[in-house]
Design a binder for this molecule. Sequence first.
Ligand SMILES: [Zn+2]
Length: 267
Amino acid sequence: MAVLNPFASRRSARKKSARRILEEQKLTLPGTDLCFLFQRDGCRTLRMTVKADGSICVKAPARLPLERVFSFMTARIDWVRSKRDFFVAHRGMAAPVRNGTTALYLSRPFLIRPVRSGKNVRARLSGHTLELPCLRPEADAETNAKALERAFLRWQKDTARLVLGKRLTRMERHARAVFGDNARVSSLTVRSLRRRWGSCSVRGEITLAAQLIAMPLPLIDYVLCHELCHLRAMNHGSGFHTLLRTLLPDADEREKRIRIWGLEHPR
Ligand SMILES: [Zn+2]
């Protein structure tokens, strides 16, 4: 969820939980197709939120004229669009893979560019571009579009396997040092997951979502630490959370940030 609140003070942030909704309606920004949920509450500032599903919520003080709300939104329409693009890109599998769309690698955006496939031509990040060798001049557009999607998923999985594998080894060593034990990961599987960022079996087999490769490293580390704590506690009880906070003191903050990225909390 992206929150744009240029006028908020720390004091108003603290009072947020106490606000009561006085009025609520669905509105369209005049002259655009942009719909949003409009709420009036007891706060003194005007705030806009773009959620991960692309929906927009605007909260305003009780007596602020609607014209002020519309001009506030009109001035920020590019910000709204960029946030929506960001969320689409972050959903990994859900994002359309086409020439010129964005793929994220460790939260950095790269433009997807299909290039001619051939022997020894590999996918690569070059400048601000992700080159995916998949084009065959003799194939029709639909075949090439499907080949591009397959090439992207292959790149995503291969890259995730490499990066997450190295990172997991490092975090595993760190966890053993912190807890003074010898808990070990028995195997790592990386694949496209539809529902979860990761899971850990009772035998210590960890499965991670290939889509994690789009995230910033601190959030990847959160998922890895979460699964590494399951080597020591299989449930999500208070013991588990104590372990997680010992390994990662700001785990609660990272857990909140991970929610915008589309899949569910790790298991
Ligand atoms: Zn879990």
